[in-house]
Design a protein around this ligand. Structure first.
Ligand code: FES
Length: 118
């Protein structure tokens, strides 16, 4: 059964991007505010267990169908602080190897309160 857990008030996110890290039902979860959206990921890197959500939030290199590379400046990945694996904030998928996936959680906002559903 999924339960809604209060994690923050919207005014705790003072920058864009910004994050809070909270314990949610026994698991540390990072909640990111990026470009008006909230994303929640387990604060645990599937490589060797680093606190993933303490990492930098940045854009990422992108390649089109003609193999032309371009830097996407929109913040969309979090980089693990230990060995710099990068994970998509929305899907939790490692951008270099999709066998590695960080658990993600739905978020909700109601009356200026941010919730994680878990
Ligand atoms: S522990 Fe995260 S990349 Fe190694």
């Amino acid at each position: 059964m999924t339960t809604r857990h209060r994690v923050a008030n919207v005014d705790e996110f003072t920058d864009d991007p910004d994050r809070v890290i909270r314990e949610v039902d026994g698991l540390e979860v990072g909640v990111f505010f990026v470009d008006g959206e909230y994303y929640a990921l387990a604060n645990y890197c599937v490589h060797q267990g680093a606190p993933l959500c303490e990492g930098r939030v940045t854009g990422e290199m992108d390649v089109d169908e003609n193999w032309e590379w371009e830097y996407d400046h929109d913040p969309c990945v979090v980089t693990c602080p230990w060995h710099e694996w990068k994970f998509d904030l929305e899907t939790g998928v490692n951008v270099s190897d999709d066998r590695y996936v960080t658990p993600t959680f739905e978020t909700a906002v109601e009356d200026d309160t941010v919730y994680v559903l878990r």
